[in-house]
Design a protein around this ligand. Structure first.
Ligand code: AMP
Ligand code: GLY
Length: 420
C-alpha cells in the first residue's frame, strides 16, 4: 500500500522507520519531512494544515493510508476532511482532538466518568480566577485552555506566581489559547506516559515511557519539549497500567463514544502516579515526541499493523507482541535551546553511525546544505538505541552521541537516571 505520514519531526522519522520495515508498505511519502527522513522515504512539500491540499495530494498519489503525526492538523480537522473524501486515516476527528485542544473539555469528560485527576476550576474571567487562587493557595497549577505548544502550563509554587500567570493568560500572552483558563490542584508523584490505541470502541495498550522535560542534568533548568525518553517506564507497572485503563482511559473513551465523538487514533495519557495510584495530568491526541521514538524502536514493523487495525476498527482482535527489551533516546539540541538558538551549524559523524534494529539516529530538525547535515531547529537529533536492559540501551545511545561531531549542539548526559 501507499502510505502518507504527516509531520516533520523525530516522531515522524521514527514512524517512517517502523512503517518501512513492514512488507505491507510499498511506497512511503512523508510531508513535509526533514533531511533525515529524506534518506529513507520520499518527502513532499505540503501544507499539512490545508485539508483540501492534503486531500488532493492523496488523490494524485493514490494514497491508501494516512498517519497524522502532530496535533495541529488533527485539531484543524484533517482526519475529518480525509475521511469525508473516503481515505483510511490514523488520527482522531477534530471533535475528538478536543481532548488535547481544550483542557476544560478533558476535565469535563473526566468529571462525567469520575476518572481520577486533579480538582479544578474553569474560568473565563480574571477576577474569578484570582479569587479562586486566593481561596486555594499555592502550590497550584494555571493552564491556558487551548493549544499553546507545550508552554501554556504554569506550575506555581507561590500565590504571586499563580496570580501573575492569570494576568499573563488573560492579557493575551498565549493568544486565543489563554482566553479561558483552567486552574488545577497541584498533584505530587512521579509522571509517566501511557500510550493506547482506540478505534472508537476498543482500546489496546501499546507501551509506556518516561520523558525528561527539564533542559539540564538532574532535572534542572527550564522546561523543554523533552530532552530524552525511555520505555518501558518502571513506575507504570502492570498493576498501575490496569488501574489507568479501567479507571481513566476506558471510561473516558466510552464517554466520547456516548457523546457521538468516538476517539480513533493513539491516545497519550500523561499520568501522575503516587502510592500505586495513577491520576490523569493530561491527554494528548498523538504520539509523544520523543516518546514515539522509543516506542517505535521497540514495536518495529508491527506498528503499521496496529495503526491499520486501529483505523479500521479491528482492535478487538489485535495484539501487541512485546519483546522483553528497553529503548532509550537522547535528544541533541542546538546550543541555547529552549531559549534562542542559531540554525545552520554543521553536524558531522552521522554517516558513520550504526543503523539497525538496535541503533537509529532519528532526525528531529535537520536540513541538507551542500551535502552536509545542518541544524534546522531547537531539538535536532534523537539518538535512539535498544537493548536487553535499560543500561545497555543507554550505553549504546551515548556511544552514538559521542561519535557525533556537532560543536553547535548539546544533550543531557543522564537520560534514564530515574529508572537506573
Ligand atoms: P500539561 O501540558 O498539562 O502536561 O502540563 C505540563 C506539565 O506540568 C506536566 O507534564 C506536569 O509536569 C505539570 N503539571 C500539569 N498539571 C499538573 C498538576 N495538576 N499537578 C502537578 N503538576 C502538573
Ligand atoms: N514529550 C512530550 C510531548 O510530546 O508532549
Amino acid at each position: 500500500m501507499n502510505i502518507l505520514i504527516l509531520g516533520s519531526g523525530g516522531r515522524e522519522h521514527a514512524l517512517a522507520w517502523a512503517v518501512m520495515q513492514n512488507p505491507k508498505c510499498d511506497k512511503l511519502i512523508v510531508a513535509p519531512g526533514n533531511a533525515g527522513i529524506a534518506q529513507i522515504a520520499e518527502c513532499a512539500d505540503l501544507d499539512v494544515l490545508n485539508g483540501a491540499a492534503v486531500v488532493n495530494f492523496c488523490d494524485e498519489n493514490a494514497i491508501d493510508f494516512i498517519i497524522v503525526g502532530p496535533e495541529a492538523p488533527l485539531a484543524a480537522g484533517i482526519s475529518d476532511r480525509l475521511r469525508e473524501a473516503g481515505f483510511n486515516v490514523f488520527g482522531p476527528s477534530k471533535a475528538a482532538a478536543m481532548l488535547e485542544a481544550s483542557k476544560a473539555f478533558t476535565k469535563e469528560i473526566c468529571a462525567a466518568v469520575n476518572a481520577p485527576t486533579a480538582g479544578y476550576g474553569h474560568f473565563t474571567d480574571a477576577d474569578a480566577a484570582r479569587a479562586h487562587i486566593r481561596e486555594q493557595g499555592a502550590p497550584i497549577v494555571v493552564k491556558a485552555d487551548g493549544l499553546a505548544a507545550g508552554k501554556g502550563v504554569i506550575v506555581a509554587m507561590t500565590e504571586a506566581e499563580a496570580l501573575a500567570a492569570v494576568d499573563d493568560m488573560f492579557g493575551g500572552a498565549f493568544g486565543g489559547a489563554g482566553a479561558e483558563v483552567v486552574i488545577e490542584e497541584f498533584m505530587e508523584g512521579e509522571e509517566a506516559s501511557f500510550f493506547v490505541l482506540c478505534d472508537g470502541k476498543d482500546v489496546l495498550a501499546i507501551g509506556t515511557a518516561q520523558d525528561h522535560k527539564r533542559v539540564g542534568d538532574g532535572d534542572t533548568g527550564p522546561n523543554t519539549g523533552g530532552m530524552g525518553a525511555y520505555s518501558p517506564a518502571p513506575v507504570l507497572s502492570d498493576a498501575v497500567a490496569t488501574l489507568a485503563m479501567e479507571q481513566i482511559v476506558k471510561p473516558c473513551m466510552d464517554e466520547m463514544a456516548r457523546r457521538g465523538m468516538p476517539y480513533q487514533g493513539v491516545l497519550y495519557a500523561g499520568l501522575m502516579i503516587k502510592d500505586g495510584q495513577p491520576r490523569l495530568v493530561e491527554y494528548n491526541v498523538r504520539f509523544g515526541d520523543p516518546e514515539c521514538q522509543v516506542l517505535m524502536m521497540r514495536l518495529g514493523a508491527q506498528a503499521l499493523d496496529l495503526m491499520l487495525a486501529c483505523a479500521e476498527g479491528r482492535l478487538a482482535d489485535a495484539q501487541v507482541h512485546w519483546a522483553d527489551d528497553h529503548a532509550l533516546t537522547v535528544v541533541m539540541a542546538a546550543n541555547g535551546y529552549p531559549g534562542d538558538y542559531a540554525k545552520g551549524s554543521v553536524i558531522g559523524g552521522l554517516d558513520g553511525l550504526p543503523e539497525d534494529s538496535f541503533h537509529m539516529c532519528f532526525h528531529a530538525g535537520t536540513a541538507r546544505d551542500k551535502g552536509q547535515f545542518t541544524a534546522n531547529g531547537g531539538r535536532v537529533l534523537n539518538v535512539t538505541a535498544r537493548g536487553a536492559t535499560l543500561a545497555e540501551a543507554q550505553a549504546r545511545a551515548y556511544a552514538m552521541v559521542d561519535a557525533i561531531d556537532w560543536p553547535g549542539g548539546f544533550c543531557r548526559r543522564d537520560i534514564g537516571w530515574r529508572a537506573l
